[in-house]
Ligand binder design. Structure first.
Ligand code: AMP
Ligand code: ZN
Length: 459
């Protein structure tokens, strides 16, 4: 079966054919770290984690998900807390890692931060000015939208809609109202970096273009994020990257998840209905939250409710119940491949509702089977299929007692431990500690000894 994905650029499902199967590249816009992640922020993290797991079965993948650690919302949070923006960014980056780990989201291969790539942004801005695609004016640098005839191709908006949607400021220093900021001046109180255009800070869009080019190259295979990012963020990234790289395709496939609403209402601070991941983790295991996020197709809106979460929990009770009833868990568990119907659904543009239905069919068949060996095979297939979704990795007993329940499978844990060994080998102890922290958040404790690292599922 070929993997097909819906490409926002072509508005159609396409066979996924990577530029280089030896190095498939995916960039997903990560969080702006100024507060705790809410359940909407978790949706792209989980959806693209599933895609990464699927791609890794076939290809060598380099997955980059950035951290936006310079932003006016971070500045405001730092002023409110009387600390530096670095403190705010560190605190909420940490919170993001902990919360995503609890949902069984594996860390991406690269997690670049905007502040560590200012030099790359300045270089890209210089290239755009040199090629006539950008201009400096009153301490700002602006992208000259009229210089790129392809502008609007991703969001498919006409000029008038583009202006309305961008809510761009009409500023006297702009040649054209639609031109957007690459660099802007900072006041002495605001964070800033020296540049040929004066002390300032980058616009949000150039951050992702520069980080994607640095870590993944000029053309990437997949660019992802929530569908609120299609315009203006991704439209602007596309324009900048393509113009900075002599017209090279920026991303071959664009994938966007639908929005998550709470009880049919958009989450918003003013309505007081923002659900934080950490609040939900007090009510239910991370794996149930993860399953609830995968209950709808990723492109559809997802309506979050207490009932959705309760249903996900009951569904996991059913699946783990099937696994528990099969003797020989973990010791002599037969090797198994994921179920073919399940994989076909997942490879059809990540159709998780159909894939989950296939899991329930497997569980039903296993429960009905009178033959112990056949039942064991079906349960093994169920477990192997769950693993592709980052589910059913816990020991069934642990699921039912609630002790050390984690969505991470043994293979997931081994992969994280290998990444930690590599980080230590290159003396990147911060990365090694981060992985240890993420394992702990996922209910895995580790102990380094003379014969290597041992791990266990902690209670
Ligand atoms: P932010 O931290 O606001 O930049 O958002 C990080 C990611 O979460 C982006 O990919 C957003 O598109 C996504 N996102 C934010 N809110 C929601 C939501 N309610 N539903 C789905 N995705 C969301
Ligand atoms: Zn981005």
């Amino acid at each position: 079966m070929a993997l097909t994905v819906y490409n926002t650029l072509s508005r159609s499902k396409e066979a996924f054919v990577p530029g280089n199967p030896e190095r498939v590249t995916m960039y997903v816009c990560g969080p702006t770290v100024y507060s705790f992640p809410h359940i909407g922020n978790a949706r792209p993290a989980v959806v693209f984690d599933v895609l990464a797991r699927l791609l890794r079965r076939r290809f060598r993948l380099v997955y980059a998900r950035n951290i936006t650690d310079v932003d006016d919302k971070i500045n405001a949070a730092a002023i409110a807390a009387s600390c530096g923006i670095g403190d705010i960014a560190a605190r909420y980056t940490d919170a993001y890692h902990q919360d995503m780990a609890a949902l069984g989201v594996l860390p991406p291969d690269v997690e670049p931060t905007a502040t560590a790539h200012i030099g790359d942004m300045l270089t890209m801005i210089g290239t755009l000015i040199g090629a006539g695609h950008a201009y400096a004016a009153e301490g700002h640098v602006l992208f000259r939208v009229k210089s790129f005839p392809g502008y609007g191709q991703l969001s498919r908006r006409g000029q008038r809609e583009l202006l309305a949607g961008a809510r761009v400021e009409v500023a006297p220093y702009k040649e054209d109202a639609g031109d957007f900021v690459l660099w802007k001046p900072s006041t002495p109180e605001q964070p800033g970096w020296d540049s040929p255009w004066g002390r300032g800070r980058p616009g949000w869009h150039i951050e992702c273009s520069a980080m994607a080019a640095r870590h993944l190259g000029e053309t990437i295979d997949i660019h992802g994020g929530g569908n609120d990012l299609i315009f203006p963020h991704h439209e602007n990234e596309l324009a900048q990257s393509s113009c900075a790289h002599q017209g090279a395709t920026f991303s071959r496939y664009w994938m966007h998840n639908g929005f998550l609403n709470v009880d049919h209402t958009k989450m918003s601070k003013s309505l007081g209905n923002v659900l934080l991941v950490r609040e939900l983790l007090e009510q239910a295991p991370g794996e149930a939250v993860r399953l609830a996020l995968l209950a709808a197709h990723y492109r559809q809106p997802l309506d979050w409710s207490g009932e959705l979460l309760a249903q996900a929990r009951r569904n996991l009770d059913r699946l783990y119940g099937t696994l528990r009833d099969v003797a020989g868990w973990e010791d002599d568990w037969p090797q198994a491949e994921p179920d073919a119907t399940f994989m076909a659904a997942l490879e059809d543009d990540l159709n998780t509702p159909r894939a989950l239905a296939a899991l329930f069919d497997l569980a039903r068949d296993a429960n009905r089977s009178e033959d112990a060996a056949a039942r064991c095979q079906l349960a093994a297939r169920l477990r192997a299929s769950g693993e592709v979704l980052g589910l059913l990795g816990a020991h069934p007993e642990a699921w039912f007692t609630g002790a050390g329940a984690t969505a991470l499978s043994n293979a997931d844990v081994e992969r994280l431990l290998a990444a930690r060994r590599e980080a230590r080998a290159r003396r990147d102890f911060a990365a090694a500690d981060r992985i240890r922290g993420e394992l702990a958040a996922a209910g895995i404790s580790i102990e380094d000894g003379p014969d290597g690292t041992r791990w266990r599922r902690s209670g």
